[in-house]
Design a binder for this molecule. Sequence first.
Ligand SMILES: [Zn+2]
Length: 343
Amino acid sequence: MKLRWLLPSLLSTFLISATAEAAKLEYWRFNAEQSRLDLITNEGVQPKALLLVNPARLVIDLPGTTFGGPTVYKAIGQWVREVRAAQVTPQTTRLVIELGPEYTLRPQEVRVRGIAPNRWFVQLPKLQPLALGPQRSVVVPVPLPKRPPSQNPGGPRPRPNVRVVVVVDPGHGGQDPGAIGIGGLREKDVILPIALEVARLLERQGVNAVLTRANDRFVDLAPRVAQAEAARANIFVSIHANSISLSRPDVNGLETYYAPGSSSGARLAQTIHNSLLRTVKVRDRGVRQARFFVLRKTSMPATLVEVGFVTGREDATNLRSVIYRGQVAQAIAEGILRYVQLK
Ligand SMILES: [Zn+2]
């Protein structure tokens, strides 16, 4: 498989605001199995990548980003010796992926991509050991993706690859917790991990997944739609959890919505709904029409999944479970992929 340096063309749509306040690295993880580093900051950030040799290592700098914790070392073993994060200047957080001595990496094999302005991943190829000759210590700048000009919307747009773009929209967030259910179970806390997982699964299948929010922050409805339009999304999937009075714990089940009159929305909703019913144990409350803002205002096939009732006895118990939420995410991702294939 030949990996190319891909232009994250979607980034043209994310204006990273030059705030005086520094962003914070909130999360990072290296998945050795997938050769992939994921990172989340609380604000938008523009990573810079550098490839160094002797030892071969990939350096990812996050300018304007602070890192709360101390330097962290993680031994990975095999071909990645360790991955570490550190605050290298008061304004720069650095992540380093250091390879084992018998491995090497070329800049064109490294992909740095943004799923959202504050959510990035770095994809390395599956590395094979190489017989290396003696090496000089050299620094190879990884060519950073240039942002396509955003000022001339009429002009040609760089399209390095034709990937399906799916907007995954976790509802609510920040000061808006959404519905509050049994034991204080909050909608926003249930749906964010599901949405993150849906996006991850889609990316793994080659889909360009764009999250309207990747952490617990408030995003209004109009910017969610604007993000989808700017990304020229092919599909919009909003993820919510339902509620009714706390005195009705007997009301449980899955509802999937589309905008009245949208036949593609109806097909998308039905496909995801069916996938969920096949995969998880949840009552079927049907595919329904509703004039929700994000369904009405988006121009692409759109659906809103109410994964269950936080006020429902069965659903609330299930939605608290990490395993159950993983199954829900899997089912939504499969439904999306099925819809893409059917089209
Ligand atoms: Zn909601």
